[in-house]
Design a protein around this ligand. Structure first.
Ligand code: SAM
Length: 272
C-alpha cells in the first residue's frame, strides 16, 4: 500500500457513509437489531463496552441504557450528531469517538464487551478488523456481532448493485462475507471460545412494496446513494438499477407489508 492509499480509501469510505441519512435507516428500518445484540451479549451495569462502527448508536445506545459504560466508535463522525440527539432524548450518556475498525485507538484488553451491529463487516480488510476487535477485549470478555449474510436480503442488495458500482479497492473483501460461518471462524480463529453462530431474521415493516424500499435506500443509505451517483450520467443504467432494486424488494415482500432480512448473530468469549 502507498502512503496515501489507505488515507484516500478511508476518506472515500467515510464520505460514502455520510451520504444520504444513515441515521434514518437505523431508526426507521432496523431499530430492533441493536437491542437484539445487546440482549444476546447480556450487557449490563458497569461493563466497559466498545461498539465498533456504531453509526448513530443503534446498538451503543441500548447498551448504555443498561447502565454500561459505552464508547461508540465509527469511521464517520458525521453520524454522531444524530446519535447524540437520540441518546440525549433517551437520557443516556456515552462517549462518541472517531475510529477506524482496522486501527483502533484503544489499549489491549481495554473492554469487557466488544460489539458491532452490521458495522465492522464494512471495514474492507476483514482480518485486520478482526484482529483489532479481538485485541481490545479482555480475556474472558464477550464479543457480539450482527452481520448481514450473503444470501439474505442485504447481501442480495449488494450483489444487485455490484455491476453498477465502481470496482472495490484491491484486497478488499465483500462485506457480506462476514455473514458466512466459515469465514467468521477463520477470522477469529483459536483466539475465541464458546463461539456461537446463529442465523436469524429481522422482520422489516417499513416498506409497502419493493419500489418504496428502493426509493428509501436510494435517498438514505450511503452505499446505495453512492452507486446511483456513480451512474448518474447514464439514464439507462439508472433505470436498470431502479428496476433491479424494486424487483429485489418485491421478491422479498411477504405480502403483508413485511420482509425478512437474514443476519448472522455471532457471540463468543475471548480465550485466555
Ligand atoms: C450499516 S452502518 C451500521 C451502523 C450501526 N452499527 C447500526 O447498527 O445502525 C455501517 C457503519 O460502518 C461504519 N464503517 C465503515 N467502515 C468502517 C471502518 N473502517 N471503521 C469504522 N467504522 C466503519 C460506517 O461509517 C457506518 O456507520
Amino acid at each position: 500500500m502507498t502512503e496515501s492509499g489507505p488515507t484516500d480509501l478511508k476518506k472515500r469510505q467515510r464520505a460514502m457513509w455520510a451520504l444520504g441519512d444513515y441515521s434514518a435507516v437505523a431508526a426507521e428500518v432496523i431499530p430492533g437489531l441493536g437491542r437484539r445484540l445487546v440482549e444476546a451479549c447480556g450487557i449490563g451495569p458497569g461493563q466497559r463496552v466498545l461498539d465498533i462502527a456504531a453509526g448513530s448508536g443503534n446498538a451503543a445506545i441500548p447498551a448504555a441504557e443498561t447502565g454500561a459504560n459505552v464508547v461508540a466508535s465509527d469511521l464517520t463522525p458525521e453520524l454522531f450528531e444524530a446519535g447524540r440527539r437520540i441518546a440525549a432524548a433517551r437520557g443516556v450518556d456515552l462517549r462518541w469517538q472517531e475510529a477506524d475498525a482496522e486501527a483502533l485507538p484503544y489499549a489491549d484488553a481495554e473492554f469487557d464487551v466488544v460489539i458491532s451491529c452490521v458495522g465492522v463487516m464494512f471495514a474492507p480488510f476483514h482480518q485486520a478488523a478482526a484482529d483489532e476487535l479481538v485485541r481490545v477485549i479482555k480475556p474472558g470478555g464477550t464479543i457480539g456481532l450482527i452481520n448481514w449474510t450473503p444470501t439474505g436480503f442485504i447481501g442480495q442488495m449488494f450483489a444487485t448493485m455490484k455491476p453498477f458500482a465502481p470496482p472495490p479497492p484491491p484486497g478488499a473483501l465483500p462485506p457480506p462475507q462476514w455473514g458466512d460461518e466459515t469465514h467468521v471462524r477463520s477470522l477469529l480463529g483459536d483466539r475465541v471460545a464458546d463461539l456461537e453462530l446463529r442465523r436469524e431474521k429481522a422482520v422489516i415493516d417499513r416498506f409497502r412494496d419493493g419500489a418504496e424500499f428502493r426509493d428509501f435506500f436510494k435517498a438514505h443509505y450511503g452505499p446505495t446513494v453512492a452507486v446511483y451517483k456513480a451512474i448518474a450520467a447514464e439514464p439507462d443504467r439508472v433505470a436498470q438499477l431502479d428496476r433491479a432494486l424494486a424487483d429485489l424488494g418485491s421478491r422479498h415482500d411477504l405480502g403483508n407489508g413485511q420482509m425478512e432480512w437474514e443476519y448472522l448473530l455471532v457471540t463468543a468469549r475471548r480465550s485466555g
